[in-house]
Design a protein. Structure first.
Length: 146
């Protein structure tokens, strides 16, 4: 019997999203489900329970989920349709690599409401340049299709 890890499964999902032809509504629903799952995996109460399970690496799962969400956003330009509310209060708990993913995805929305958040969160990590995200955000703001 073939066994794959959870993060491998999400890797296959990312590959699928590169070429699927779902409607914007279906892609938005999938993206919102990914956001909900990332938030669930990142919540302190979930992390403390998961730490007791030596075979489950929540950090790797979150990273894989962020990769899927990034692929979805880059392949289908639906970031502006997604609901990031479940994830926003948890952003300060993410490490640099995961914060980088999240800020890029938020920049892809083209929504100026994320400018202050981008500035605040990049200040936590000197290696993250806020202007890279803000440039992406401003570039997408001009071409938003609401």
């Amino acid at each position: 019997m073939l066994k794959i890890t959870i993060d491998q499964m999400y890797g296959y999902l990312a590959d699928f999203f590169e070429s699927c032809t779902w409607s914007t509504g279906a892609l938005t629903e999938a993206g919102n489900s990914l956001i909900e799952r990332i938030a669930f995996e990142q919540r302190p109460e979930t992390v403390s329970v998961v730490r007791k399970n030596k075979t489950y690496d929540s950090g790797r799962v979150v990273e894989a989920l962020l990769d899927v969400l990034n692929t979805l956003v880059n392949s289908h330009n639906v970031a502006h349709c997604l609901n990031f509310a479940p994830l926003l209060p948890l952003i300060p708990d993410f490490d640099q690599e995961k914060t980088d993913y999240i800020l890029y995805i938020l920049a892809c929305t083209g929504d100026p409401q994320y400018e202050a958040l981008i500035r605040r969160e990049t200040a936590r990590f000197p290696e993250l340049n806020p202007e890279e995200y803000l440039s992406e955000l401003r570039g997408r703001a001009g071409g938003r299709q609401d």
